[in-house]
Write a protein that binds this ligand. Structure first.
Ligand code: GLA
Length: 382
């Protein structure tokens, strides 16, 4: 059963009533543009059909009751007096706190959450909880949130309430994507351009089965190194530098900081070129840029892992593949590949075998459809 089917069953079992609304939140993948969002740079993601669902009905008071099939504890809190604690419910509370600071009147609800987005795999399961609970609160309270505000609220919840540094890419695309399209997002202006994905290609999510564990310290360290590089050049962020300026760095810039900056600068350039290639239907060029992105993430940014490198090797050695690279924060989780649609099923079969030959580990491949961003739906299908 998919999360869509499970969520209604769970809700009805727990609350002995039908939900009055459901929220569908997609996961996302990113073709090119990794570790660029927090440098005010460019990303090229789209929303995909690995989904999280929340079924809900409003309450007549100001309390939120929410259960998830993945955790034992039920989260219950008062919207007029939100207090910090531990656990997955903090994402919901963080969003509620961010929303209530906008002055909106919030109403309580009871809900169940079911998800097919694996946790810690680089598929942004935590942003999905934030986006989904923001929409659930909006539905219960009777207002609508635009994609951009939704994304900013979600990021604020993660950064300020949960104290996890994360960029704007995931919430923005999960809130505002359109079916059949990737989005070129400028993470400084937050403007997004839809680019149609040519019908003869598709993307695949390649799961190494490894999970990244506690790497937020490595992610934060990369962010600090980027800030240090920007400070060295006297610019607001690495977005404002080009390769020419980097080459003129002179002495005084440690090698590791130089390489971090080089990744971000070249990755922004690759992302803009990949967007142009996608617009022109040139899948081979997009694939080549993905391969170069992986090399830069592995060698300059140093956020790959042996299983991720092996997955990329397995993918690009398989017929029908234009290119592949690690995806998300790194250190484990998933890679992404671009493949010919006609050969996608064969690719899906062959890649796990090739990966297992290289690593001894099992793998899973999901052929991804580009879907709409978050949406609120009626409580049941009929
Ligand atoms: C994580 C963050 C994103 C982004 C990626 C790296 O997934 O949540 O905002 O920074 O890492 O591109």
């Amino acid at each position: 059963m998919s999360a869509r089917d499970r969520v209604g069953v769970h809700f009805t079992t727990k609350y002995e009533a039908s939900p009055t609304a459901r929220v569908r939140v997609p996961s996302r993948l990113n073709l090119v543009g990794e570790h660029t969002d927090y440098n005010d740079g460019f990303v090229l993601p789209f929303a995909i059909d690995r989904e999280m669902w929340i079924a809900l009905r409003p309450r007549n008071d100001h309390t939120v009751h929410i259960r998830s099939e993945s955790f034992v504890d039920e989260v219950i809190f008062d919207l007029t007096n939100i207090k910090k604690a531990e656990g997955w419910g903090e994402y919901v509370k963080g969003v509620a706190s961010a929303l209530s600071s906008t002055g909106r009147e919030l109403c309580g609800f009871e809900a169940f959450l079911a998800s097919d987005i694996p946790m810690g795999a680089g598929l942004s399961s935590s942003s999905a909880v934030c986006i989904g609970s923001a929409v659930a609160l909006a539905v219960a309270s009777g207002f609508y949130l635009e994609a951009r505000e939704l994304a900013e609220l979600s990021q604020r919840a993660e950064n300020d309430w949960v104290a996890v540094e994360s960029g704007i890419m995931d919430p923005l695309v999960m809130a505002g994507a359109h079916q059949g399209h990737a989005q070129l997002i400028d993470c400084r202006s937050l403007l997004a351009e839809d680019i149609a994905i040519p019908p003869d290609i598709m993307a695949a999510v390649l799961d190494t089965g490894t999970r990244r564990g506690h790497v937020s310290s490595a992610y934060n360290a990369r962010r600090m190194e980027c800030r240090e590089a920007a400070r060295h050049f006297g610019v607001p962020s690495l977005r404002d530098l080009d390769q020419q300026a980097l080459k003129g760095a002179g002495t005084g810039l440690p090698d590791v900081i130089y390489r971090r900056a080089r990744h971000v600068i070249t990755e922004n350039d690759r992302t803009l070129r990949a967007a142009a290639a996608l617009r022109g239907g040139d899948a081979a060029a997009v694939g080549q840029l993905m391969i170069e992105s992986h090399e830069s993430l592995r060698d300059d940014y140093e956020v790959s892992s042996r299983p991720l490198d092996a997955m990329v090797t397995a993918a690009i050695g398989t017929p029908g593949c234009f290119g592949a690279r690690m995806m998300g924060g790194g250190f484990g989780g998933v890679a992404v590949a671009l493949v010919e649609r006609d050969r996608a099923e064969a690719f899906k079969k062959a890649v796990p075998e090739a990966f297992t030959d290289l690593t001894g580990l099992p793998a899973h491949v999901h052929l991804a459809q580009a879907v709409d961003g978050v949406v609120a739906l009626p409580g049941t299908d009929d």
